[in-house]
Ligand binder design. Structure first.
Ligand SMILES: C[S@@+](CC[C@H](N)C(=O)[O-])C[C@H]1O[C@@H](n2cnc3c(N)ncnc32)[C@H](O)[C@@H]1O
Length: 201
């Protein structure tokens, strides 16, 4: 049976095709399950624990990097300030009309309260990073609900500014307002939007 492609891979390739993106950066490549199937002309991978062009942490990579990219997929370390820093650093090297995709902001509600997990989930902060970026810079963001959240971030101003104090971003507030904060959409709606020539994605 043919392996079904993940939504993240389909999303990346759909955006590349629509916007004629040429350059791709992946933060957290692991064995390259996504990386090797991405259809971009120039591809760069970063991972401290697996063989790839830049075998180092994202922080080290961004410090020495001088390149810019059309599309950046972030699926590296999800703890502490790292997801937020990865998005901020990516915004600085994103080409005009480019897109960043970050995985992991839309975990199910019980995930936030599950005490049995090996890594305490409050240490994973993609949900906070995506919300902060939206609130602070009012970037355009849309999050595909599936696969624990695939947030598409663009360096454009979003029309629907939401007023919400960033410093009070607790998980309780996030859970109460996640739909507006992440601008949640289904994969089906995202596909429809990407297929419209003047769509926002
Ligand atoms: C969930 S896996 C990535 C999966 C991959 N993107 C794919 O689609 O198959 C997360 C990866 O992030 C890497 N990682 C951990 N800390 C990192 C860091 N500080 N910078 C970049 N990558 C990191 C891990 O080594 C691991 O391979």
């Amino acid at each position: 049976m043919k392996n079904k492609q993940s939504i993240k891979l389909q999303l990346i390739n759909k955006l590349i095709k629509k916007h004629k993106y040429r350059s791709y950066l992946e933060i957290g490549v692991r064995k390259g399950k996504t990386f090797y199937q991405v259809k971009a002309r120039r591809k760069v991978g970063v991972d401290p624990a697996y063989k790839c062009k830049f075998q180092m942490t994202s922080d080290k990579f961004f410090k020495q990097n001088k390149d810019t990219f059309d599309i950046i997929f972030i699926e590296g370390n999800r703890q502490g300030d790292i997801p937020y820093r990865d998005i901020q650093s990516s915004l600085k090297i994103l080409n005009k009309d480019g897109a960043i995709i970050v995985r992991g902001a839309n975990q199910p509600k019980n995930w936030f309260y599950n005490k049995k997990l090996k890594i305490p989930r409050w240490k994973e902060t993609v949900w906070m990073a995506a919300s902060k970026i939206r609130l602070e810079s009012n970037c355009l963001i849309a999050t595909i609900k599936e696969e624990n959240g695939l947030s598409i971030i663009k360096n454009e101003k979003s029309g629907d500014y939401i007023c919400f104090p960033v410093e009070r971003m607790t998980k309780e507030r996030f859970l109460a307002h996640r739909k507006e904060l992440l601008n949640l959409i289904s994969w089906k709606d995202a596909c429809r939007e990407i297929s419209r020539p003047d769509g926002s994605l």
